[in-house]
Design a binder for this molecule. Structure first.
Ligand SMILES: C[S@@+](CC[C@H](N)C(=O)[O-])C[C@H]1O[C@@H](n2cnc3c(N)ncnc32)[C@H](O)[C@@H]1O
Length: 258
């Protein structure tokens, strides 16, 4: 007889040893990231709201405003997770496709959107890989990715895919955590995100995957906002703007496909 592993018997996606090294260098990063999001999907939204002090939805709405949506724009929201950014785009009148490779996150996105009565057109959610998108060249006006690029195994490859599926002149918006510039704010943010949040978020999610210890480490070891802009340029985009939000805790990078 085979038994299904329970949450507690599953190996952690990220142990303290894994995180002592650079998690972006793990050969099986994609598999670990997928297991981690599958483990925390159920409490993902609540953790986001509480641990961002209810700023996360504001950041997503700002990303939509910065990229500028005309009614009927075709938007591909990559690493859409539970669909909060996809919904914000749909609310602005876009035709949205959300793609993510973690099915339990998509299940929540689909369940949430089924309850929305304020959306004329609901986002269409599909399972897929950011590095190998199942869409023809030049098929979208906008590509977005919120708190996702850092989690992708090869971000530069994903950015090239985003460029391929965008029409020339199409827009890209990347939302990602960043380091506040003001030293006191940066120090407070390090204490909060490195020591407080991993404890409280892990408790709230009853998580054993290591997701909320991976989070600050993955931010610390990922590209700075400046390096991210360089990566976006390298993939064939012209960076139009970087907007730091909430003391620079989060930065939106807006670019145009050349
Ligand atoms: C932190 S969540 C962000 C979700 C959502 N964008 C938001 O704003 O809350 C990161 C998401 O990236 C997804 N992800 C990571 N690597 C991926 C890949 N290669 N292809 C598709 N999705 C990926 C994970 O499954 C997860 O749902």
């Amino acid at each position: 007889m085979t038994t299904q592993p329970t949450q507690s018997s599953k190996p952690a996606a990220w142990t303290a040893n894994d995180l002592a090294a650079d998690p972006h260098g793990a050969a099986d990063k994609a598999d670990r990231v997928q297991r981690m999001f599958a483990a925390i999907a159920g409490s993902y939204d609540l953790n986001n709201r509480l641990h961002s002090f209810f700023q996360d939805q504001r950041w997503r709405r700002k990303a939509v405003a910065l990229v500028g949506i005309a009614p009927g724009d075709r938007v591909l929201d990559v690493a859409c997770g539970t669909g909060d950014l996809s919904e914000a785009f749909a609310r602005a009148g876009a035709l949205v496709t959300g793609v993510d490779f973690t099915e339990p996150m998509l299940e929540i996105a689909r369940r949430k959107v089924a309850r929305r009565s304020d959306l004329d057109r609901r986002p269409d959610y599909r399972q897929g890989d950011a590095m190998n998108l199942a869409f023809p060249d030049r098929s979208f006006d906008v590509v977005s990715i919120a708190f996702g690029l850092r989690n992708v195994a090869e971000p530069a490859r994903a950015l090239r895919e985003f460029h391929r599926v965008l029409r020339p002149g199409g827009r890209l918006v990347v939302l990602e955590f960043s380091e506040p510039r003001q030293p006191i704010v940066a120090a407070l943010n390090r204490i909060y995100s490195g020591r407080v949040m991993p404890l409280t978020a892990t408790l709230l999610a009853r998580d054993r995957s290591g997701a909320y210890r991976y989070l600050p480490r993955s931010v610390q070891t990922f590209a700075s906002a400046e390096a991210l802009a360089a990566m976006v340029r390298e993939a064939g985009f012209e960076v139009r703007r970087q907007k730091a939000m909430t003391f620079g805790v989060c930065t939106a990078t807006v670019a145009i496909a050349r």
